[in-house]
Design a protein around this ligand. Structure first.
Ligand SMILES: Nc1ncnc2c1ncn2[C@@H]1O[C@H](COP(=O)(O)OP(=O)(O)OP(=O)(O)O)[C@@H](O)[C@H]1O
Ligand SMILES: [Mg+2]
Length: 652
């Protein structure tokens, strides 16, 4: 570490009547050859006799720079060179060139009384100075440090680690992080991956257990977080300097719905070597009914439909139920529910009993039926009739584990349902403090799409607003990324305690949200190299530029090259694969013989039950679930229960 008093000053504060030094800003000059640049942190040591401890120290960050000479107007230079630029260099006297910088004050010590910056020597900041300037000393040391490395401040020939305060990044003081910047150059997804790794390694013990739920919304982006990626020596050096181990995530659990066939997983992590640890995400009628809000979006706030869904959920599903026309039902699946609906419609028609059934109007019943059928058709593979559901391990979340939920290829309605259910469940368990961890980071990429400033009020948006506004008290923290911050809902970005910017688009920088930045800072942002970020954090008075190493995980793009996704397997092979996953001893041919001639839905149901049972002997369980060789005849002939097909909503 460099002793802050050793190096000679690199500049001196100047103040004129026109450009005075104030408590928040000052100007200083340097030699023409200087290591100072925009974003550099400097230290000004004030007047005062150090023996008496009277010295005022001011830390600032450079926000602008100017160069000029003693020329009164450009005309003098032109005339002096007789209008020939080549001759200008021959002029007998070299004009003095001035390098003047503007810096914004980061911190003054002592803080009171707050005074203008003294007109004294300027030094480049050392590690210690950076820690002081950014008020990191408060959380770097002490009995319970809460510092999370975010990157390296690199300027003025010096390099110093920059830390975020876990209390302000992950709650309870402030929470949430938002990162924006242009596609590909801003390294948004990479930065979040690196920071999550850093959080997992540095989240202080006294704050408890932490996990992350990452929604994979774009191709293979987050499908290989457990695989090591390629790093360069410079990356390794940065890891070392930041005291973060360069390693992929140790505990990653993948969840993906099935494709419409109900046996092949809807994800790009289907390479035979990796698909084994992708858990299916499968929900049934019960799980869907619990999130009626998703079915009835805001456009049709409808108390009647809501009440009918509640009625189904509380009184009908999983219970013995008399339809009032002489039929008894036990509704467990969508198909059972459809049977009940048909009995109701037929019963009402035959009995000519008017338009109401158990106080619910037939139009309401039709509407709810349509919405439910809509979801089961559009989200086939996620929402299923085939046996028990398979969900994230609510209540059994592991410390420092990442749960990746792959919804990249799911219909928007299905994504709504996944977000709604996952976030509500997280909330519920965090409120009851029985999730298994004390804090959860929810990472949602592409916020432009999921929480746009305008556009319809989707359930995803509502959930994201809810986390942003109330999550921090619960330990529910949102990390969001988007290309254009100005297009994301204001309350989502506004509630992010920590804001990070990668390379920005200049049109975006011209929008009102960036007025506080100096023109030079904007230019720096518009030309920011890959791997460099600008960070705003509650402890930092001004935005700070940092560099971070490549994440130590395999990039999605490289992942699909190294582990090319497998083609969809035929039904029987896919079933075999699922069973082998549950029990390695399972012999493929035996399974194929067993399921030949069986109805696919029966096979899927048996598979789902086997998965749920986690039995020692998966094949025996599966065989038992499958029942006798000849499938029992269904309660109703299949033709009599048409598949649920969405019908456009009848008007009231
Ligand atoms: N610290 C780093 N240093 C150098 N290169 C990096 C660093 N971090 C990421 N990269 C590279 O930058 C590229 C873009 O990164 P990333 O995919 O994270 O960008 P993005 O902002 O999420 O893009 P998009 O908007 O398209 O999702 C990747 O190829 C990645 O390897
Ligand atoms: Mg990205």
């Amino acid at each position: 570490m460099i002793d802050r008093r050793d190096p000679p000053p690199i500049g001196r504060v100047v103040a004129t009547e026109q450009k005075p030094a104030t408590p928040h800003q000052f100007h200083f000059w340097t030699a023409n050859e200087t290591s100072i640049g925009i974003g550099a942190i400097v230290r000004v040591e004030g007047a005062g006799n150090r023996e008496q401890g009277a010295g005022r120290v001011v830390y600032g960050v450079v926000t602008d720079g100017f160069a000029y000479s003693d020329l009164a107007t450009p005309l003098h230079d032109v005339v002096g060179a007789e209008g020939d630029p080549a001759k200008a260099a021959d002029s007998p006297t070299v004009r003095q060139e001035i390098r003047l910088w503007t810096a914004a004050v980061l911190r003054q010590k002592p803080e009171e009384p707050l005074q203008p910056v003294p007109l004294r020597e300027v030094h480049v900041a050392s590690d210690v100075d950076v820690a002081q300037a950014l008020r990191m000393d408060a959380y770097l040391g002490g009995a319970q440090p809460t510092a999370i490395p975010v990157g390296l401040y690199t300027s003025g020939g010096l390099e110093a680690p920059v830390y975020l305060d876990a209390d302000f990044l992950l709650g309870p003081e402030a929470a949430h992080l938002n990162i924006s910047g242009v596609s590909g150059l801003a390294t948004k997804t990479s930065a979040v991956e690196f920071l999550l790794g850093s959080i997992f390694q540095h989240f202080p013990i006294h704050k408890g257990r932490i996990a992350a739920v990452c929604f994979n919304v774009k191709g293979p982006d987050l499908c290989f977080l457990d695989q090591p990626g390629a790093l360069e020596d410079e990356d390794r050096r940065r890891y070392e300097r930041l005291a973060v181990r360069a390693q992929p995530f140790e505990r990653v659990r993948y969840y993906a719905p099935f494709k419409a066939d109900g046996v092949n997983l809807n994800t790009l992590r289907t390479h035979p070597e990796l698909v084994g640890d992708v858990e299916p995400l499968v929900w049934g009628l019960r799980e869907v009914l619990d999130y009626a809000e998703v079915l009835l979006n805001r456009d049709d706030i409808d108390a009647k439909a809501d009440a009918f869904i509640d009625f189904l959920s509380d009184r009908v599903v999983d219970k013995e139920f008399d339809d009032g026309f002489g039929g008894t039902h036990r509704v467990v699946t969508f198909a059972d529910l459809e049977r009940l609906f048909r009995s109701i419609f037929d019963g009402l028609e035959l009995a000519a009993r008017g338009d109401t059934w158990r106080t619910h109007h037939i139009a309401t019943i039709r509407k709810v039926r349509n919405r439910l059928s809509n979801i089961s058709t559009r989200c086939k593979g996620l929402v299923t009739d085939d046996g028990p559901s398979n969900d994230l391990p609510w209540g059994r979340f592991e410390d420092r584990a990442v749960y990746v939920v792959d919804v990249a290829n799911v219909d928007p309605l299905g994504q709504d349902l996944v977000f709604a259910r996952a976030v509500s469940k997280l909330r519920e368990h965090l409120e009851r403090r029985d999730l298994g961890v004390d804090a959860v980071v929810v990472f949602v990429d592409e916020l432009n799409k999921y929480a746009p400033g305008d556009g319809p009020e989707t359930y995803v948006k509502k959930m994201l607003l809810d986390i942003s506004e109330r999550g921090r008290y619960l330990g529910l923290v949102l990390f969001g990324a988007e290309q254009f911050r100005s297009q994301v809902h204001r309350r989502v970005v506004g509630n992010a305690g920590t804001t990070v910017f990668g390379r920005m688009d200049s049109d975006e920088l011209a929008t009102p949200g960036y007025q506080v930045l100096s023109p030079a800072t904007k230019i720096k942002l518009a030309t920011l190299p890959i791997g460099e970020l600008m960070v705003r954090h509650p402890h930092f008075t001004q935005p700070i530029f940092v560099r971070f190493p490549r994440p130590a995980v395999l990039r999605g793009r490289d992942g699909v090259e190294r582990f090319p996704p497998a083609a969809d397997l035929p039904f029987d092979d896919a079933v075999v694969r699922q069973l082998v996953k549950l029990d390695r001893r399972v012999r493929p041919n035996l399974v194929k013989d067993l399921i030949a001639d069986r109805r696919e839905e029966d096979v899927r149901r048996a598979l789902a039950h086997t998965r749920q049972a986690r039995s020692q002997d998966a094949l025996a369980h599966f065989t038992k679930q499958l029942g006798g060789r000849v499938a029992a005849a269904p309660a109703l002939p299949r033709e009599s229960v048409p598949p649920l097909t969405p019908i456009s909503d009848e008007p009231y």
